[in-house]
Design a protein around this ligand. Structure first.
Ligand code: 13P
Ligand code: SF4
Length: 358
């Protein structure tokens, strides 16, 4: 099946990648004291932390220790909806906070920094996307979770990397043509596995785009027994070298379950924290990026994920700012394709905590 390209490509130069945030280094005692204060604030405010694997390691620890979760974007959405707490504090990027609010309009949803966006979200403006959809009314619109609420509201299905493959397979089996946005690499990968008829928006993740295939070949020669783990937002030539391609949950699971001692990991470096916690004897090697001067100056660390720290988490709980607000008409439309995804996952009997299909 031929891939068709979006005639209205996004211009990567328009996406402003911020410098990597620098947070003051805290000693172990200061860190514990700060975590203690945050735990008390969470209890007082009936709040729970929902964090992504790419965020700061201490923040991930605190989320788990305080009864919250650390997860991929699919599990973050599900976990948030299952909570009785009145407030969800989402430590990740804006689309994750928005998804929590879309699913839980009655809850207060806070984020340490509302400027924590995502290049995929930025590269798919709602108006241009809507025009693109209008040009292809015979296509089922499937959007990656890394999009704004308004883009989700224009879609038929929302998917994350953990559930994209079975959903697209299901749609292809029904003979549906798919308009996919925004990640061209994930779209191409899914198209190649499923054979689905897919029209691709040309967005990309500035972090994963920087993994370099020739340098990866070199590292693989130096570590011939290492398994190569790749997030599917990476370029085709990097995915082609992978032993496992999958969501963050899937890659963590691979480190725990595979017999290899060494792993070359092509995704955000924040994931090493959970991998190392669950498999302390395994050796983890960062897949090579372009280094200084690359589009992504953070080199294998998302600058927007880096905007979450213990410091600004305490601040947001103290002053109650940074609340995620979504226009009700948009929310009402966006909740439909998100619920469709969650229902699909449930019907599949997929254990979302342990899964990661892509
Ligand atoms: P996961 O859903 O696999 O955690 O991916 C989210 C993301 O933004 C990866 O860059
Ligand atoms: Fe977006 Fe890439 Fe950051 Fe994930 S790593 S949040 S896809 S910019």
């Amino acid at each position: 099946m031929q891939q068709k390209l979006n005639p209205e490509p996004t211009i990567p130069g328009l996406i402003k990648v911020p410098p990597h945030p620098q947070w003051p280094n805290l000693g172990p005692e200061e860190t514990e004291a700060l975590k203690g204060r945050i735990r008390r604030l969470l209890q007082e405010q009936d709040a729970v932390l929902v964090a992504h694997y790419y965020t700061d390691g201490e923040l991930q620890n605190l989320a788990e220790e305080s009864g919250g979760c650390v997860a991929d974007s699919l599990e973050m959405a599900r976990f948030g909806s299952d909570q009785k707490a009145k407030t969800l504090v989402v430590c990740g990027v804006r689309f994750m906070g928005e998804t929590a609010k879309i699913l839980n309009p009655e809850k207060r949803v806070l984020m340490p920094d509302l400027n924590a966006t995502c290049s995929l979200d930025e590269g798919c403006p709602a108006e241009a996307f809507s025009r693109f959809c209008d040009q292809h009314p015979d296509h089922t619109v499937v959007v990656y979770a890394n999009t704004s609420a308004a883009v989700k509201a224009r879609s038929d299905w929302v998917v994350t990397s953990g559930i994209a493959l079975p959903i697209v397979k299901h749609l292809a089996a029904r003979g549906e043509k798919i308009l996919w946005a925004p990640d061209k690499h994930l779209g191409r990968y899914i198209q190649s596995v499923t054979g689905a008829d897919m029209l691709l928006w040309q967005g990309s993740c500035v972090v994963h785009e920087e993994f370099k295939s020739v340098a990866l070949e070199r590292i693989r020669r130096l570590h011939p027994d290492a398994a190569v783990l790749v997030h599917p937002e990476s370029p085709e030539a990097v995915i082609e070298q992978a032993d496992v391609v999958g969501s963050t949950t899937r890659l963590i699971k691979a480190v725990v379950e595979m017999d290899n001692r060494e792993f070359i990991v092509a995704t955000d470096g924040g994931i090493f924290h959970k991998m190392q916690q669950l498999a302390p004897s395994k050796i983890l090697i960062e897949a090579p990026t372009a280094g200084e001067g690359a589009t992504c100056r953070s080199c294998a660390h998302c600058p927007w994920m880096g905007m979450n720290s213990l410091q600004n988490l305490e601040e947001v709980l103290l002053n109650g700012g940074n609340e995620v607000v979504i226009d009700e008409p948009i929310r009402k439309k966006a909740v439909i394709p998100i619920r469709r995804m969650l229902d699909f996952a449930r019907e599949q009997g997929t254990n979302m905590k342990n899964r990661g299909n892509a």
